[in-house]
Design a protein around this ligand. Structure first.
Ligand SMILES: CC(C)(COP(=O)(O)OP(=O)(O)OC[C@H]1O[C@@H](n2cnc3c(N)ncnc32)[C@H](O)[C@@H]1OP(=O)(O)O)[C@@H](O)C(=O)NCCC(=O)NCCS
Length: 164
């Protein structure tokens, strides 16, 4: 999914590992507004990455610099997008769409029939997920806690690959 009017920034998608945490955290810091509490800490990322079924994908520019990443977890028949972020300076250039495409493709290739994600109610990224066919399935009240203590709901979304 990419629009003709979008500027594009060529990236390649590489598997990531714990050695990429500096780049991942640099992106996390610019992409997520702490006021909404959606970003993860370095220790949360480091803790989940070695777990079975967890995959980090890094979008690298021509110089090899990380510009975006996706973190996903696959369990039998299901796959969940845990995080998706693009460095603020590189947003709107098609990188998030490529990472989301990759998530859908790898989920399908792994045999998953349902893909899941959670997004803060009101996050503009919801439009991108809907454009990929994800539909809202439920709500988790007060799921995110912003840096000032405010609470925000999460909307759970699902893409049913059997219905595509
Ligand atoms: C959401 C995010 C990953 C999108 O990445 P991106 O590289 O800017 O997105 P792209 O340029 O690939 O755009 C992909 C498509 O989604 C649409 N889109 C992206 N961000 C959008 C937004 N904020 N509002 C509406 N549409 C948006 C684009 O218009 C594009 O659609 P098109 O191909 O039909 O033109 C990025 O904005 C980001 O890191 N946001 C902060 C972190 C976040 O909220 N992540 C999601 C929750 S985990």
């Amino acid at each position: 999914m990419s629009s003709a009017s979008q500027p594009s920034l060529p990236v390649r998608l590489d598997p990531g590992n714990s050695n990429d945490l500096d780049g991942v955290m640099a992106i996390m810091t610019t992409a997520f507004d702490p006021g909404f509490g959606e970003g993860w800490s370095r220790s949360q990322c480091a803790g989940i990455m070695p777990l079975l079924g967890v995959i980090m994908t890094i979008a690298r520019d021509e110089l090899g610099q990380a510009r975006g990443f996706a973190l996903q977890r696959s369990i039998v028949g299901e796959s969940e997008l845990l995080l998706l972020a693009v460095h603020r300076s590189a947003q709107g250039c098609g990188i998030g769409g490529q990472l989301l495409d990759h998530f859908v493709d790898t989920g399908r290739a792994s045999g998953a029939t349902r893909l899941h994600l959670e997004v803060r109610d009101g996050n503009p990224a919801t439009a991108m997920y809907q454009a990929f066919g994800f539909v809202a399935e439920g709500r988790r009240s007060n799921y995110y806690r912003g840096s000032d203590g405010r609470l925000f709901d999460a909307v759970t979304m699902v893409l049913d690959l059997n219905r595509e």
